[in-house]
Design a protein around this ligand. Structure first.
Ligand code: HMG
Ligand code: MG
Length: 284
């Protein structure tokens, strides 16, 4: 069996979309359970203005409350220097900057053009480098944009290269809408792979249209070996109300195992975490 890593993003990408205010203790309990599952990296929260994402307003409390296990990097999203400083103070083991491949999505998600957002991120990148905090990068809307339709692969490659040049050790490619298809993912990867080797890329596929596993297969064929997923399929898309969220960690792990890839995860713990996540979603 060859190894493939799942980067757990449920506590951040999954929970950020839940409209019910989830108690901080529940978020901490989910991260603590996930810490027993064998992940090397868990995205815990994001340090963004509460008026933008109310669910993440308790980012510092969550980071302070989790029981950190050696060998796991606890990550946080940081949109600007203010967020970066708060994440560092909270002891984030890794931070992530997140750009978009289309101007429309950049404006909606970051209140900035792509160029303006990259200038902001450069400041975060310099600070992270000075502090020796690993920096990850995301590119959103890598195939389809809710405002501009099909996104040219060259636009994704350009933004991915800019994040690489800032020092991101890995770039996660986000099919934010979950509308990608194996063919469009493959075409996008072909362009990005002109800039970065597959070992520095991750696939971040939302499952809105139920094609995330096929898109993971297309990415495996291109040599990618890291995939982001959210336990219990937490999350959704603000532009597709009621749609499915991030691809579920338990489904990705089972799918990878069937294809002969070992994730090293304890499936019994994952199932318990998935049940906990589903209960959080229902407010049970
Ligand atoms: P802005 O409103 O233009 O920011 O937002 P601003 O600099 O004008 O500041 C406005 C107010 O926010 C000020 O406070 C700042 O101090 C405060 P006021 O003076 O009004 O009292 N502020 C902050 N407070 C707390 N933490 C901060 C912070 N920064 C400013 N970090 C900004 C610009 C980039 C901050 C905003 O647009 C933003 O945070 N956007 C991120 C939204 C978000 O979190 N989206 C979801 C995550 S990305 C995602 O899910 C995609 C991904 O999963 C991959 C994929 O699927 O594609 C990663
Ligand atoms: Mg996402």
């Amino acid at each position: 069996m060859s190894g493939v890593e799942i980067f757990e993003v449920g506590p951040r990408d999954g929970l950020q979309n839940e409209s019910r205010p989830i108690p901080t203790a529940e978020k901490i309990a989910l991260v603590d359970l996930l810490s027993q599952a064998g992940f090397r990296r868990i995205e815990v929260t994001s340090f963004v203005p509460p008026k933008w994402v109310p669910q993440m307003a308790d980012a510092a409390e969550v980071m302070a409350g989790i029981a950190r296990r050696p060998g796991i990097r606890y990550a946080a999203l940081t949109p600007n220097l203010k967020g970066y400083r708060a994440a560092k103070a909270a002891g984030a083991g890794e931070v992530a900057i997140f750009a978009a491949a289309s101007e429309g999505f950049s404006r909606a998600n970051l209140n900035a053009t792509i160029a303006e957002s990259l200038a902001r991120f450069a400041a975060v990148a310099q600070a992270a480098q000075a502090d020796v905090i690993p920096l990850r990068g995301y590119v959103s809307v890598v195939t389809d944009c809710p405002f501009e339709g099909r996104v040219p692969p060259a636009s994704v490659a350009r933004v991915a290269a800019a994040l690489r040049d800032m020092g991101c050790y890995e770039i996660s490619l986000g099919d934010t809408l979950g509308q990608g298809r194996p063919e469009t993912i493959d075409a996008m990867l072909a362009a990005v792979l002109d800039e970065l080797p597959p070992g520095r890329l991750a696939g971040h596929y939302h499952d809105t249209a139920g094609r995330a596993l096929q898109n993971i297969d297309a990415s495996l064929d291109r040599g990618l070996r890291v995939f982001d997923a959210a336990v219990g399929g937490l999350g959704g898309c603000p532009y597709a109300p009621g749609a499915a969220g991030n691809v579920a960690t338990e489904r990705v792990a089972a799918h990878l195992a069937a294809r002969g890839h070992d994730t090293g995860l304890d499936m019994a713990v994952i199932e318990r975490a998935a049940a906990m996540a589903r209960a959080m979603r229902r407010g049970a």
